[in-house]
Write a protein that binds this ligand. Structure first.
Ligand SMILES: *[C@@H]1O[C@H](CO)[C@@H](O)[C@H](O)[C@H]1NC(C)=O
Ligand SMILES: *[C@@H]1O[C@H](CO)[C@@H](O)[C@H](O)[C@H]1NC(C)=O
Ligand SMILES: *[C@@H]1O[C@H](CO)[C@@H](O)[C@H](O)[C@H]1NC(C)=O
Ligand SMILES: [Zn+2]
Ligand SMILES: [Zn+2]
Length: 601
């Protein structure tokens, strides 16, 4: 049961059959690379999303070497400088704060300790993502620890989610909307926040699809009546849903409804969930920024809208800042005109120490092995020695030993779902944290015994079929490319640059603050397999010879369905298999096999 809950914790939302791009550089930013500056406007936004517990920087990726304390320093110094320049800064997060890193996941519930550190940043607007809602414990922690906290009670917005109290009472998870005036420019802001139509919330939370919430519940109409267009300068809609979503288009549909009530107001959206950098222009007075994932990206957005001319044609700028100390320092020195500006504050420094202390307390630095080279999820082809699935199917799964002595001469196929791998595996020490980051879940193995001709077709059957929710973690929760958008930006391959984000969005090809070399993205199938066909002396293996097909227990129904369909399609005279034909295989989990593999280096 525990394993099942853990699996559920990584499943999510809209299903789009596209792989996720994994963008990072192993080397640090080169000193000579000219960074692209941020453009300060009347109203400025700092945006984070999908941090998933990554408060402690990325040790093996210098591109992202800043921790949460460095980020807090950056925000505080930026805000102070902006206020000297009479500019406002609004700092926003759009959810998914756990499930992805040991700092959040080595406690129960996940986020118990890390959310306290996350909340030390003085966010102006906060909300939740689907990862705050998979378990009752998560929802309770988020509601009581953040939404209802003294610090954020008036800043937490959640327009379409309810929390269920111990006595069963349904209460809004946060404010349905808030209004406030920016401290410097005195702009009147109306803020709303929507979570996508998430279907798997635990029994302490209820998510109403955004459109239903807007059209069918009375509060939205009341809000429009009490906040007339002429009383509002800017609407901010931040939430956990993607900017680009060709199938559901939830944000575009929300926009159509809000635009009807506020035909002339500037509306700024902030999105998340699909883990990409993205920026979309909705109309001449409305754009949406999405700021990546895993504390790799800070989204910066500015709007000029206070002069009469700008009010008619507001000017938007956007920048994706790489989450590293050099980038932070660069932008701070540019806006302060001081190359020696300190880029760390006392508060930031103490937060960095808290992160480090938590890391030690949770024993995340414990070294379990060594990773001799980097293995990539999707930026190397599946058949490459640098691909992580290639590693697992060729070097790791062959070490699976069943608990009982099944015939050693038996051929076998071991299948895993690709979603069980969460991140690239970087050259360097293999620590307990690496395990939380790359492969956190334990699994049990089941197997069936079927003719070779059936076994050999299961993998491609599952990969050709529709994306199966329980198998499709990368394509559902991590799909990253702006699907359906025609690639317009040139492929960068410059020997002076490192691999990393080269974002294409509605404003073009130059949104990233740091120029990088482009990375190619390869499709990731639903499942991959380790295939061991034992031949006796025949030239060709007998297709009717019985073999073992071994798989994660939670894939059982998908495997049975595939096997039965193949049996029927081939017209084999066999009864359909049922769960009674599945037996316990035993042996170590893939997680343990992976750890043991790197323990030898
Ligand atoms: C926005 O306005 C400021 C002055 O208020 C100006 O310095 C800046 O250039 C403007 N930005 C753009 C992109 O026009
Ligand atoms: C930095 O210099 C620019 C141009 O000279 C000026 O507009 C701006 O106010 C200066 N910034 C600060 C923080 O003094
Ligand atoms: C066997 O399973 C296949 C695939 O699930 C199904 O289409 C077929 O109807 C089943 N046959 C019987 C006899 O239940
Ligand atoms: Zn996420
Ligand atoms: Zn999400």
């Amino acid at each position: 049961m525990v394993a099942l809950v853990n699996w559920l914790a990584v499943l999510a939302g809209p299903v789009i059959a596209k792989p996720f791009q994994q963008q990072q550089a192993v080397l640090g930013p080169s000193q000579d690379i000219q960074l692209r500056d941020i453009h300060i406007g009347d109203i400025n936004f700092i945006h984070t999303t999908d941090t998933h517990g990554w408060l402690g920087s990325h040790f093996s990726q210098e591109n992202y070497d800043a921790d949460w304390g460095d980020f807090v320093s950056f925000v505080d110094i930026l805000r102070q400088t902006m206020s000297q320049l009479s500019r406002d800064v609004i700092v926003i997060d759009t959810g998914d704060k756990r499930d992805g890193n040991g700092l959040s996941d080595a406690t129960w519930p996940p986020g118990l300790r890390s959310s306290k550190i996350f909340n030390m940043l003085d966010y102006d607007l906060l909300t939740l993502g689907n990862h705050e809602l998979y378990t009752a414990e998560s929802a309770i922690l988020e509601y009581r620890g953040t939404s209802q906290s003294a610090k954020f009670k008036d800043k937490y917005v959640c327009s379409n989610v309810e929390f269920i109290e111990d006595d069963g009472e349904r209460v809004p998870f946060g404010n349905k909307y808030i209004t406030f005036e920016t401290p410097i420019q005195k702009q009147r802001v109306l803020a709303l926040s929507f979570l996508f139509s998430f279907q798997r919330a635990n029994n302490r939370a209820i998510v109403t699809p955004p459109l239903e919430e807007i059209m069918e519940k009375g509060w939205f109409q009341n809000m429009v009546e009490t906040n007339k267009e002429e009383d509002i300068d800017l609407i901010v809609v931040f939430g956990h849903l993607p900017a680009t979503d060709p199938t559901e288009r939830e944000m575009h549909k929300i926009h159509a409804l809000i635009r009807k009530c506020y035909p002339n107001t500037v509306i700024q959206y902030f999105g998340g969930h699909t883990h990409i950098r993205d920026f979309v222009q909705l109309d001449s007075k409305s754009t949406c920024l999405q700021s990546g994932r895993f504390a790799e990206t800070i989204g910066f957005l500015s709007i000029n809208m206070t002069s009469a001319m700008d009010a008619e044609n507001p000017i938007f700028t956007r920048r994706y800042i790489d989450f590293n100390k050099e980038s932070f320092k660069h932008h701070l020195s540019k806006i302060t005109n001081d190359t020696n500006v300190p880029s760390s504050t006392k508060k930031g420094g103490s937060i960095s120490r808290l992160v480090e202390d938590l890391r030690l307390e949770l024993n995340l630095n414990q070294k379990l092995g060594n990773i001799p080279q980097t293995y990539y999820v999707s930026t190397r082809p599946l058949d490459s020695d640098e691909n992580i699935y290639h590693l697992i199917t060729h070097k790791v799964l062959p070490n699976l030993i069943p608990s009982k002595n099944y015939e050693p001469s038996m051929s076998r196929f071991i299948l895993i779902n690709t979603g069980s791998v969460r991140y690239d595996l970087y050259k360097g020490p293999f620590t307990k944290d690496t395990e939380y980051i790359v492969m956190p879940f334990n699994n049990d193995w089941h197997f069936i015994t079927v003719p070779l001709v059936v076994a050999s077709r299961i993998e491609s059957y599952l990969n050709k079929g529709p994306v199966i929710a329980s198998l499709g973690i990368p394509s559902s929760s991590h799909h990253k490319q702006r699907v359906g958008i025609f690639q317009k930006c040139p492929f960068i391959n410059d020997p002076n640059l490192n691999e990393g984000y080269t974002t294409e969005d509605d404003f073009g090809c130059h949104g990233d603050d740091t120029p990088h070399n482009s990375q190619r993205e390869f499709d990731i199938p639903n499942v991959v397999q380790c295939k061991e066909v034992k031949m006796s002396n025949e030239e060709k293996p007998d297709p009717m010879k019985m073999v073992h097909v071994i798989f994660y227990t939670f894939m059982e129904l998908d495997i049975l369905n595939a096997a039965n369909s193949i049996i029927n399609n081939l017209d084999l005279r066999m009864e359909n298999l049922t769960t009674n034909d599945c037996s316990h295989y035993g042996g170590d989990s893939t997680k343990k096999l992976l750890r043991d593999y790197f323990a030898q280096f």
